[in-house]
Structure formats: structure tokens, C-alpha cells
Write a protein that binds this ligand. Structure first.
Ligand SMILES: C[S@@+](CC[C@H](N)C(=O)[O-])C[C@H]1O[C@@H](n2cnc3c(N)ncnc32)[C@H](O)[C@@H]1O
Length: 506
């Protein structure tokens, strides 16, 4: 895919702009099935610096000159300070400048085609039916920002965005390309000093807005960051996270979109479940990629994307992880997979035992539990909140009234009246996919299966394996409970983990 000329032009640009690369340790290469990536060209010890990126070489709304030229007040008035649209506009504008942009040598190496579901045909998207990907692709939301913010902004300043370039450089297609580049490559880079933060704050005041809350949140976030490595510098280096947050709508949840940055060179590293052997740290003036394990010559240098489930990997990055699974699951897949179960499925399964005031109980639940989706992980444990909701729906009217008075959710215990309903929930959830688990396993044996379809099958198969495993455990528990012997099956007690309010990736 990458031609060596593009790669060497990028490396030359990086060095020309004060990036430091230890080429005796690492080189960029084409890696089959991974696009480009970094390989160790010698044995590298733990704690070794592979490259350093000057902060001003990162590309964000802080470093591009566009927000300043556009005017900070106007930037806010057009809504460019919220979400990703401001950074997307900076990237498109920098690209429209061609070779005169400081980042042209970087933008030239970034991909313009993506294999994420955002760009799939309806036929391929159908393969994702039932999975956690379907509702989260967000193409319509992105296009709303394009039409309601970006277009009015560029039309307001023909001096910065000549009308002749609108249909080419500023097209909705380029907008999606830049959005996908951010989705799959951006980092969360906070300012180093309070002065930098104050600078952000000053801009807010200049615009007559009050950013004090955000400012404080950022200060505390900064000081709370993990410090992984001892540093020779006055201040310790701090760990960077590629991808701001694990939640699906992360991009919108970020306190300060100015913290989202494209980081040349650091974004050339691939990632695989629990394979991380290098990590990005930040210091006052540079970001530094440091090895976190010894790496053998010829091995790939892996960053981490936070080891998310395959549904998330496919949606954001366009690939899936397939590694050995852990008990109780067998075979290969992603040990970080999850399956989401909507609360309405639980309500439907419990409806035949309805107490008449079901809706009232559901509303009360939503208020108190603050989540309408349960997440089952590869340990195949029934989420505590799911059990608790079934309990709530089955309570006698008198017990329900007592509970309301106490404002406490019912205990999460898998009793003989709960188990059959939980079984029905898992069965119904499995029916939401259009194929069976066995059919999916057969499909994966077909070498002619397209990459998109293969990835979709891997995502849904991972979810189905969790559902089947949990279902089997519930069925076996039903038999045990039926025999009046619950003590032997302690393993089916709900996990504490899920009781701690693990949120669905929505
Ligand atoms: C941060 S970039 C890494 C550099 C990228 N490979 C390139 O060619 O520019 C992230 C992208 O790399 C690819 N990638 C990363 N890890 C991968 C993996 N384990 N398997 C396949 N592709 C991977 C995906 O296309 C993902 O969107």
C-alpha cells in the first residue's frame, strides 16, 4: 500500500521539522494486513526512546493558525469549538494550502480510504445486524456538523476559503476522510503548563464566555494523569492515551476539543490486544515514544489503543483482534469483547409476570441506575444490574413500595424465579442476529469471504460466544437450583465488576 518514497518523504519531513527518530532502532514498513507500521531493526531494551515529537509539530486547533486567523470569537459563534468539527476544518484548510502548510509532509502520508463501517455498502452493513456497531456509526451526526457549522463558516470567509476550492477541498467526502483520520489516529494531548491552560481560558474570556469550569477540570485531569516512567527532566513524563476515552461518544464527551491532536510518527504504530511494547509520554516541549518492554529485532513495535472490544475496533479503526481466548471461552477472538443487552429486552422477557405498574418501575429504575444497557464480558457473568432489574419487575406491590421508600435497587441474586427470565433474555438477544453461531464459524472457513464480511462475522461471533456461554451457565444453574442445590454453583453469582456500574459503550 505505502510506497517507500512516501514513507521516506514523511521521515525527511519529520526530521526537517525537528522530530528526532532513532533510525538505528526503528523503521517504518508495510506490514501485511496492517497498512504501515513500525519494526525493530535491532534488539531494543526497555525504556529506550524511539522518537521525539516537538509539541508544535502536533496538529490541533491549538497549533494550526486557522482559529486565530478566523478570529476566536467567530470560531465559537460558528460552533467550531465543540466536538471535532474545528479540528476537521483545520486539517482540511491545512491540506488546501498544499506545500505551504507546515503539515503537508504529514498530511501526504495519511490514508484517504478507509475500511471502517462508515464507508461500507448496505449489503456489508447488514452483516453487522445485532452487533454493537450498528447504531454508533454516526454518519448522519457528522454530516449535520458539516452542513450546520463547517459550510456556514467557510462561506463567511472567502479570503481564507476561496469559493473555487469549496467543492474540492471542503467537500463532504474530505470531511469524512478527516473525521476518519481523527477517529483512528488522534491522541489526547493536554497542555503542559498552567500558562497554556490560561491561554485557552483567555480566549474564552475574550469571547465573553465562561470557561472556568473546563479550565479547572483540565487542571485536575492533568495532575491526575499516571506517571509511568522516572524522568530526567524537572517534570515527570506523562502517559498519553491514544483515543481520548473508551466510550462510544467519546469525541463529544471531551472537556476540551483543543486537546485532540494528530501526532505525526506516533500515529504510525499499530496495536494488538495486550501486545503493547511502546508508549507515548509527554514532557514540556516534546512527546516521547518510549519502549515499555525489550523488543527483539524484526518484531513489530506496538502502541496500545486501550484493548477495546472488536465492535469498537472495527468501528473506529477498521480492523479486529483475533488472539487466543481465555476460559470459560475457547478458540480465538478478542478477550476484551463485550455484548450489549438493552433493558427493553429484559422488560419484555419479564412482561408475562408483569405487575401492572411495569412502566412506573422501569422509569424508577432508569432514574436510579442511569443506564438502559447491560454489558456482558468474556467472563460470561450475568451483569448484576440485569438481575436487579428482573427482581424489581417481579416484586410484589408491597415490596416495590418499600424499595421506593429506601431508594435502593433490589439485590442481584440469581434465584429460581429470576433464572428462567434471564435465560429468555439471552435467548432473545441471540435471535437478534440473522445467522447462528455455527453458520458464522462455517463462514469464516470460506477463503473467498470479503474482508468487510469477515470482520463483521468476527464481531458478531465474538458477541454470540459470550451469549451462548452465559446461557449455558444459566441453564446449568437452573438445573442445579431445580435440584435445590445452589451452593455448588457459586461461580454463577454476578460479578462485582459489573455491579460497579460498567457502562455500555454508547
Ligand atoms: C494509528 S494508525 C496505525 C498506522 C497505520 N497502520 C497506517 O498505515 O498508517 C491505525 C490504523 O492502523 C491499522 N491497524 C492498527 N493495528 C492493526 C492491527 N492489529 N491489525 C490490522 N490493522 C491495524 C488500522 O487500519 C488502524 O485504523
Amino acid at each position: 500500500m505505502a510506497d517507500p518514497d512516501t514513507t521516506s518523504a514523511f521521515v525527511a519531513w519529520f526530521k526537517d521539522h525537528n522530530g528526532a527518530l532513532d533510525a538505528s532502532s526503528m523503521q517504518l514498513s508495510d506490514i501485511p494486513g496492517h497498512g504501515k507500521g513500525a519494526l525493530a531493526v535491532r534488539d531494543i531494551p526497555d525504556g529506550h526512546t524511539l522518537f521525539e515529537i516537538p509539541r508544535d509539530l502536533t496538529l490541533s486547533t491549538r497549533t494550526s493558525s486557522l482559529p486565530e486567523r478566523f478570529g476566536r470569537t467567530a470560531w465559537k459563534n460558528y460552533g467550531l469549538d465543540k466536538g471535532w468539527v474545528g479540528l476537521i476544518l483545520c486539517m482540511i484548510w491545512e491540506e488546501s494550502l498544499g506545500n505551504t502548510s507546515k503539515w503537508s509532509g504529514y498530511l501526504n502520508i495519511l490514508p484517504s480510504t478507509f475500511i471502517t463501517p462508515m464507508f461500507w455498502t448496505d449489503d456489508d452493513l447488514n452483516e453487522l445486524k445485532g452487533t454493537a456497531v450498528v447504531d454508533k456509526i454516526g454518519r448522519e451526526d457528522a454530516e449535520r456538523d458539516y452542513n450546520e457549522k463547517l459550510i456556514p463558516a467557510i462561506q463567511s470567509r472567502p479570503d481564507l476559503f476561496p469559493p473555487s476550492t469549496h467543492s474540492t477541498c471542503f467537500s463532504v467526502e474530505r470531511y469524512h476522510v478527516m473525521g476518519s483520520r481523527i477517529l483512528s489516529r488522534s491522541f489526547h494531548v493536554e497542555p503542559w503548563t498552567n500558562e497554556d491552560l490560561e491561554e485557552d481560558h483567555d480566549h474564552g474570556e475574550e469571547d465573553g464566555s465562561d470557561d472556568q469550569e473546563n479550565l479547572e477540570a483540565n487542571v485536575s485531569q492533568s495532575s491526575a494523569m499516571d506517571v509511568d516512567e522516572p524522568s530526567e527532566n524537572a517534570e515527570p513524563p506523562q502517559e498519553q492515551t491514544q483515543k481520548m476515552d473508551e466510550d462510544g461518544e467519546d469525541e463529544e464527551d471531551i472537556d476540551n476539543p483543543a486537546d485532540i491532536a494528530m501526532v505525526p510518527m506516533a500515529d504510525m504504530l499499530n496495536a494488538r490486544f495486550e501486545s503493547e511494547n511502546a508508549k507515548l509520554f509527554y514532557e514540556e516541549n516534546i512527546l516521547r515514544m518510549v519502549t515499555t518492554k525489550p523488543i527483539k529485532r524484526g518484531e513489530q513495535i506496538w502502541n496500545t489503543y486501550g484493548d477495546p472490544p472488536n465492535s469498537y475496533l472495527l468501528r473506529r479503526y477498521g480492523h479486529v483482534d483475533v488472539v487466543p481466548l481465555r476460559p470459560p471461552l475457547k478458540g480465538e477472538g478478542n478477550p476484551a469483547d463485550v455484548v450489549e443487552i438493552r433493558a427493553d429486552l429484559v422488560v419484555a422477557a419479564a412482561s408475562h409476570r408483569s405487575k401492572g405498574d411495569m412502566q412506573e418501575r422501569v422509569d424508577w429504575w432508569l432514574e436510579l441506575a442511569d443506564d438502559d444497557t447491560f454489558v456482558v464480558e468474556t467472563d460470561c457473568e450475568v451483569p448484576k444490574e440485569l438481575i436487579s432489574l428482573i427482581h424489581l419487575l417481579l416484586l410484589s406491590r408491597a415490596d416495590w413500595q418499600k424499595l421506593q421508600a429506601k431508594e435502593k435497587l433490589p439485590k442481584a441474586k440469581l434465584t429460581s424465579d429470576i433464572i428462567p427470565i434471564a435465560i429468555e433474555v439471552f435467548r432473545k438477544r441471540l435471535e437478534e442476529y440473522s445467522t447462528s453461531l455455527k453458520e458464522d464459524e462455517r463462514l469464516l472457513e470460506d477463503p473467498a469471504l470479503s474482508l468487510n464480511k469477515r470482520n463483521a462475522v468476527i464481531v458478531r461471533l465474538g458477541e454470540k460466544r459470550i451469549l451462548k456461554c452465559t446461557l449455558e451457565r444459566l441453564q446449568s444453574l437452573k438445573t442445579t437450583v431445580g435440584r435445590g442445590n445452589t451452593n455448588k454453583r457459586k461461580d454463577m453469582q454476578p460479578s462485582e465488576k459489573s455491579g460497579q456500574g460498567k457502562k455500555a459503550r454508547r
